[in-house]
Design a protein around this ligand. Sequence first.
Ligand code: SAH
Length: 384
Amino acid sequence: MKEIITKLCRGGPLTREEFILLIQNRNMTLLSSSAHISKNSGRPGDEAQSGGEGQTVFSYIKEKAFQKRIEVFSNTVFLRGLIECTSFCKNNCLYCGIRGGNAKAQRYRLSKDDVLSCCAAGYDLGYRTFVLQGGEDPHYTDSFVADVITSIKEKYSDCAVTLSLGEKTKQTYELWKSCGADRYLLRHETASKEHYEKLHPHSMSFMNRMNCLHTLKDLGYQTGAGFMVGSPYQTDETLAEDLFFLQSFRPQMTGIGPFIPHRDTPFAHFSAGNRELTLYLLSVIRLLLPYVLLPATTALGTIDSNGREKGLQHGANVIMPNLSPSEVRSKYNLYDNKVSTGKEGAESTRLLCSCIKDAGFEAVITRGDYTEEKNIKEETLCIM
Ligand code: SAH
């Protein structure tokens, strides 16, 4: 394990087999001979956490990931205003509550004015990134979305626009990029084709999703991949494949959160993903991709009311509060009990900021773009 952890702390590369060992041996206790590896970075407070022998792989990696996060981002947290713009979806992902086949799902779509009002409210609260996420809604046409992006960029030229609207053609991605879209989130969901096919209907293709990710990156989007932890049929091997994929694809953003069942889906009776494993993987990803923009996700905040703060302590540096109009929030119901109010709601940004502060971090007003150097210019920091 010693060599594997040392390699990880240097950012890899690891083999698939090494990733499997990293996952399987996370609760193994490090022996004194291996516990001394790269201990003591010389940072204040470090010694207290470095328990020496007897420390588990998990706690050692968490500690290293936290150091890395501080090195790159200091104690800052980037906030993104999440606008869930449509709950219509033509797809039928077996895990997702807004799948087209769920006749019980409540459907809505926001108009351009609705989206712009969300941005206006968000801008006043200090948000400088807006994330438009939705199902694959055929009524959200390419030109409609292009018009919305153009209007947001006209009004808020100092803000980043992130899209998360699923699989589109290269032409569509190009069009939206030309209107000013900066980033695109498209979780790969699983890097194993076999596993992908257990999570999705035949009409969806693993190859197409992967091709979309490469296209987005080639077009110059800051691109986000990611997966659910504990999705049905996931194994240590498929998880290792996810990490191996992230290592080679090198996304600028990575979204991971626990799978949570939704009662009206074929996966209603599967159990939710494991919180500890999710936190551990956040730490592993921080070490593997030191500069990656890594959210503590809503799903993590749903299975644990302090999940987001714990995520930050395990290497995450982004939180995406909900800016959608309150009357539609419960309808964007990807999984049971999804939280969208309290500190999840952007209207409670001050509450969120004080929770972030209590956890030892600081939310900052910034676009928070990806860069492969120390991400924080402390002299220009504007605390929310
Ligand atoms: N249509 C867009 C957005 C999908 S929703 C797209 O295809 O990218 C955003 C993410 O929510 C998904 O990528 C999926 O990883 C996650 N998600 C969906 N259902 C979930 C569930 N039951 N539990 C946890 N996460 C889920």
